[in-house]
Design a protein around this ligand. Structure first.
Ligand code: TRP
Length: 449
C-alpha cells in the first residue's frame, strides 16, 4: 500500500474513485455542447464518430493519465518531472495554468445555472428569454453567482480527497443520474418528441467522412472526458495499486457518453415540441439558457418543476467538474510549495475567482478563453501526455496498467500502449493544427473588437 505508507491522501472506495472521475467528466460539456454538436454535425453520424473517438483516443488517453498519476503519486507538475525528467516540469506548469483558465470561465457558466435554478422557484423563468439572458449573462449578478459557486467548490476541495471530493461524488452523482433519466422519460411523453429525436439523431451518412465533424468530435471527446490537463492524472495519484485501471477508464467513458446522450433525449423533444429551434442555432449557449427556459415557462407549473430539476442537474454536474479542476491546481501547489491543503485551496480558489471576473463581465472573453484553454491547450496537453506515456516511458506505463488489472484487461494493455504510440499522436497533431488556425482567428477577431 504505497499510497497509504507515503502519507498521501487516498480514495476510500473503488466506487468513490470512479464516481469522482465520472463527476469530473460529466458536466456542462455533456448537457449542451454534445447535443448542439450532434444536431450540427449530422446527428447519428456525429454520435458514431464521437463514440469512435472516445474508444480510439479518449480511453487510451485517460489510461495514460491514470497510469502516470498512480505511478507518480503527485499532481501533474511533480509527476511529469519525476517520470519524464526535468524538462517535463514546465508541461506540468502549463497544465496547472490551463486548469486555472478553464475553471475561471466554467464557474461563470455554472453561476448562470444556479441563477436559473433559483428563478425556477422564485417567480418562474423570464418570458423574453433572449433579452433576459443578455441582461444577466455578464455584469454584477454574473460576478456574484460566480463567486458563490467558487466558494462552494473551494469548500469541498478543502474537505480533502476522502472527506470532500469522494463524499460529494458519492452523494451527487447517483442523484444526477436519477434526475437525468427521469427527465428524459418525461420528455418522451411530449407531443413533439418524435420530431425532436429525428432532428437530434437524423443520420446523415455524408457527414461521416467530414473532417469538420471529426475535429469537432475529437475535441468534444477530450473536453467531455476531462483529458489533457492532468485532472484524471491527479485523481489517479490518490489510488492504491489494486485498482483495475483499464476497466475503470472504460466505465467512466461510457458513463460520460451515456449522460450526454440521454441529455440530448431531453433537450431536443422539449425544444421541438414548442417550436423553439431558432433560439438554438442563435448561439451555442442558446439552447440551454434561452430556448429551454422559455419552453419550460410556456409549460406552466410542470415546466417550472422540470426546469428546476434540469438546472439542478446542470449545477451539480458543473460542481463535480469544478472540484476536479481546482484539485489539480491545489494538489500541485501542495506538492511544490509544501503548503497545507486548506491554504493552497483558499489561495488558488481566490486567484481563480478574481480571474473569473473578466469572463463574468464580458461574454466574448468567455468564449475566447474556452477556445484557447478548453480546446487548443487541452489538445496540446493531450499530445504531450501521449508522447510521454507512449514514447518516453512506455514500459513504465505498461507495468503500471497491468498492476491490479484482471486477466482480460491485462491482455488489452499492450494494445492500449500501441495506440498511445502510433494512433493518438498523429491524430491529435492534425486536430491541433486546425485548432491553432481557428484559435488565432478567434484571438484576432476578439482584439479587433
Ligand atoms: N469534463 C467537464 C465537462 O464536460 C469539464 C472538465 C472538468 C474538464 N475537468 C476538466 C475539461 C479538465 C477539461 C479538463 O463539463
Amino acid at each position: 500500500m504505497t499510497a497509504a505508507s507515503s502519507g498521501r491522501e487516498a480514495f476510500g472506495t473503488r466506487a468513490g474513485f470512479i464516481l469522482a472521475a465520472a463527476g469530473s467528466a460529466v458536466g456542462l460539456g455533456n448537457m449542451w455542447r454534445f447535443s448542439y454538436q450532434a444536431s450540427e454535425g449530422g446527428g447519428a453520424a456525429f454520435v458514431l464518430v464521437y463514440i469512435a473517438m472516445t474508444l480510439a483516443l479518449g480511453i487510451p488517453l485517460m489510461l495514460a493519465e491514470f497510469g502516470l498519476g498512480r505511478r507518480g503519486q503527485l499532481g501533474p507538475i511533480g509527476t511529469l518531472r519525476k517520470l519524464g525528467g526535468r524538462a517535463w516540469g514546465p508541461v506540468g506548469y502549463l497544465f496547472v495554468a490551463v486548469g486555472l483558465l478553464i475553471l475561471a470561465y466554467y464557474s461563470v457558466i455554472a453561476g448562470w445555472t444556479v441563477r436559473y435554478g433559483i428563478e425556477a422557484v422564485a417567480g418562474g423563468f423570464a418570458r423574453s428569454a433572449g433579452d433576459h439572458f443578455g441582461a444577466v449573462a455578464s455584469g454584477g449578478d454574473a460576478v456574484a453567482y460566480h463567486v458563490a459557486f467558487m466558494i462552494a467548490t473551494t469548500l469541498i476541495v478543502i474537505g480533502g480527497v476522502k472527506g470532500g471530493i469522494e463524499r460529494a461524488s458519492l452523494l451527487l452523482m447517483p442523484m444526477l443520474f436519477v434526475i437525468v433519466i427521469g427527465l428524459a422519460i418525461w420528455a418522451a411523453t411530449l407531443p413533439g418528441a418524435a420530431v425532436g429525436y429525428r432532428v437530434y439523431l437524423q443520420p446523415e451518412p455524408s457527414e461521416l467522412m467530414s473532417p469538420a465533424v471529426w475535429r469537432a468530435a475529437a475535441s468534444q471527446a477530450f473536453f467531455s472526458l476531462s483529458l489533457g490537463m492532468g485532472a484524471m492524472l491527479t485523481f489517479a495519484s490518490y489510488l492504491r495499486r489494486d485498482q483495475n485501471l483499464p476497466e475503470s477508464a472504460t466505465i467512466v467513458a461510457f458513463t460520460d457518453f451515456g449522460v450526454a446522450f440521454v441529455a440530448g433525449l431531453l433537450v431536443f423533444p422539449v425544444i421541438y415540441s414548442l417550436g423553439l429551434q431558432d433560439a438554438v442555432s442563435a448561439s451555442t449557449v442558446g439552447a440551454l439558457f434561452i430556448a429551454l427556459p422559455s419552453a419550460f415557462e410556456a409549460m406552466g407549473t410542470v415546466g417550472r418543476v422540470v426546469g428546476l430539476f434540469f438546472f439542478i442537474v446542470l449545477a451539480v454536474g458543473a460542481l463535480t467538474s469544478a472540484i476536479s479542476l481546482l484539485e489539480v491546481v491545489t494538489a500541485s501547489v501542495m506538492d511544490e510549495f509544501g503548503m497545507r491543503r486548506r491554504t493552497a485551496a483558499l489561495v488558488m480558489g481566490t486567484v481563480i475567482t478574481l480571474l473569473g471576473v473578466l469572463p463574468a463581465m464580458d461574454t466574448d472573453a468567455l468564449g475566447l478563453m474556452d477556445k484557447i484553454a478548453g480546446e487548443f491547450l487541452l489538445l496540446a496537453g493531450a499530445l504531450a501526455l501521449a508522447l510521454l506515456a507512449g514514447w518516453r516511458i512506455p514500459s513504465e506505463v505498461r507495468a503500471e496498467l497491468l498492476e491490479g488489472a484482471s486477466p482480460f484487461w491485462q491482455r488489452q494493455v499492450p494494445r492500449i500502449v500501441a495506440v498511445l504510440r502510433f494512433l493518438v499522436p498523429p491524430i491529435v497533431a492534425i486536430v491541433l493544427f486546425f485548432s491553432l488556425r481557428e484559435t488565432i482567428a478567434a484571438v484576432s477577431a476578439y482584439l479587433a473588437g
